[in-house]
Write a protein that binds this ligand. Structure first.
Ligand code: ZN
Length: 282
């Protein structure tokens, strides 16, 4: 049995199409400082709050547009969709949940795999999207990322993965956990081929994604203030019977404890990546 299948209605590329329905108004409230801001101002600042610097979550397509030159990229494996290998039902059948998600997000699963130029250099970038079932990793995310790694090896192109994920997708049970091993093994082959991989961790990066590819980069860098961890703080506190320190599981805390290589503000991210790739490749 296959864990994913090809979507028969293979959608056309939506690169320049509006990807989401604009239901919100012209104003947004920052989750950090509760200030009301003009949405256009916020977008012009890459969705970083102009008042307090909070990095608001952005979707995968917006992320790719910010990183690729002229916002242009080609998408891969757009037709892969989950086959619901377990026939899983929680509060509603997984099959229905998938169908609803595909309709509301205009994505087929929680990652976009793309290629394009970053500061003139050809790169592969996989960007995850929390809007799609919490950015969880099932067979499709695992397969798309593995294929991106294999393409990077074939074409000798650096790889960047931008994580935003609640971890493994419970509706796919052990199949989702196996993606951790599959991606990690593919990353080892990428390493043996001496092709750089940069992991960018954004809010939130947790569970099986942190426990596999998000922490396996040649560089592991994060956006400011991102929640990064494996288990949630409550579970850890109950297990170790201790109060956790302030700022635990945020980017800055992880950097000061040696778990990250850098914390990079979003407006500097593209320049930082370009600089790092020059260092690795030239
Ligand atoms: Zn703010």
């Amino acid at each position: 049995m296959s864990w994913f299948k090809r979507d028969k209605s293979d959608r056309p590329k939506t690169e320049h199409m509006e990807r989401h329905v604009r239901t919100e108004g012209l104003w947004l409230k920052c989750e950090g400082c509760r200030q009301i801001m003009w949405k256009k101002d916020l977008e012009a600042n890459l969705n970083v709050c102009t008042k307090c610097g909070a990095h608001l979550r952005i979707d995968a397509a917006t992320r790719l547009k910010q990183l690729f030159d002229n916002g242009a990229y080609d998408e891969f494996d757009t037709g892969l969709v989950s086959s619901d290998p377990l026939g899983f039902v929680d509060s509603k059948p997984y099959r229905e949940r998938l169908a609803m998600m595909r309709q509301t997000t205009n994505l087929n699963d929680a990652v976009i795999s793309a290629a394009g130029a970053l500061d003139g250099r050809s790169v592969h970038i996989c960007a995850m999207d929390v809007k799609f079932i919490g950015g969880s990793m099932g067979a499709v995310v695992g397969e798309k990322i593995t294929r991106a790694i294999e393409r990077s090896i074939d074409r000798h192109m650096p790889l960047i993965i931008v994580s935003a994920s609640g971890g493994a997708r419970m509706q796919e049970g052990a199949v989702s956990l196996m993606q951790m091993a599959k991606i990690s093994a593919a990353l080892m082959r990428l390493d043996e081929a001496r092709i750089p991989y940069i992991s960018v961790l954004t809010d939130p990066t947790t569970g099986g994604v942190t426990a596999s590819f998000a922490m396996l980069g040649d560089l592991n860098i994060a956006e400011p203030g991102a929640l990064i961890g494996f288990a949630g703080p409550r579970v850890i506190e109950q297990t170790i019977r201790q109060k956790l320190p302030e700022g635990f599981q945020r980017s800055e805390f992880l950097l000061s404890h040696g778990m990250l290589d850098a914390v990079v503000p979003r407006p500097e991210m593209k320049g930082y990546l370009a600089h790092a790739l020059r260092f690795f490749c030239d």
